[in-house]
Design a binder for this molecule. Structure first.
Ligand code: SF4
Length: 254
């Protein structure tokens, strides 16, 4: 939403023109940079990032990564060289900063909080999938199709997963109609959760058979795993983890 607003276009148009992998990754198809690789489609030759104030967290952190394990966030760098030191020697003339000073300068804090809030949405979607499987009688009925579908979803890339999700749900997850909340990141995520909750509630009111419950449990897991691609989580690892938890609560897989 913020990137679309920075470009003066709709989120739908932004997704179409500036992203790949079903909207989960920025598109790099611009003029090749000094390494010969295409630059980001948002990079303006001679000017730099055309959406600089709205640039996403990954760009603010680069060349660092941020990893959350057991509830603790860590900043890291994989490899022994910083690409910007190797490829842009003038970086060496910049003042030396600690990681903490660098992150303050990049104003990462609000973006990190928003990403963590999306991690909670992801977990909430998975929790609903669990409830549908375990608390409705579906697992007790001997169902094995749900976990088989969760496993299959976990092996798919974002594009394949997106094809398992009806367009209205995909748009609700990726381009929610929340333009007025775009400037307050955490506020935006909370409103996004509200929109999802409302639609999930509407869906739950239509259940009349266990087949419908199974379909919803698979959809919730597809949404959770698709969202995991967007926030850089390990989709396959998550699906395997959740399948083991479901099995430990009595669900079966063929
Ligand atoms: S900072 Fe990020 S959004 Fe901006 S041009 Fe570079 S990769 Fe694209």
């Amino acid at each position: 939403m913020r990137l679309a607003q920075a470009k003066g276009i709709s989120p739908e148009e932004f997704r179409r023109k500036h992203t790949r992998s079903a909207g989960t990754v920025l598109l790099f198809n611009g003029t090749p940079n000094h390494t010969g690789k295409p630059s980001c489609s948002l990079y303006a030759d001679g000017l730099g990032c055309s959406v600089h104030p709205s640039r996403p967290l990954a760009c603010r952190l680069f060349p660092l990564g941020r990893q959350i394990q057991n509830g603790t966030a860590q900043y890291m760098h994989e490899g022994s060289e910083f690409p910007c030191l190797k490829e842009c020697p003038e970086v060496l003339e910049l003042p030396k900063l600690t990681v903490e000073e660098y992150l303050v300068g990049q104003e990462t804090s609000a973006f990190e909080q928003a990403q963590d809030a999306y991690l909670e949405i992801l977990q909430n979607l998975a929790d609903i999938a669990f409830e549908l499987l375990l608390d409705t009688g579906l697992a007790a009925s001997g169902d094995t199709q749900t976990l088989a579908s969760w496993r299959k979803l976990g092996t798919m890339d974002a594009v394949a997963q997106s094809k398992q999700i009806p367009a209205e749900w995909l748009d609700l997850l990726m381009i929610p109609d929340l333009q007025e909340h775009a400037n307050e990141l955490l506020d935006f995520v909370q409103w996004h959760q509200e929109l999802l909750n409302t639609k999930i509630q509407e869906l739950s009111e239509t259940f009349s058979t266990l087949d419908a419950v199974r379909e919803a449990a698979i959809l919730m897991m597809a949404l959770a795993l698709f969202l995991s691609h967007s926030i850089g989580a390990d989709s396959k690892g998550l699906s395997e983890h959740w399948i083991e938890i479901a099995k430990s609560h009595g669900a079966e897989e063929k």
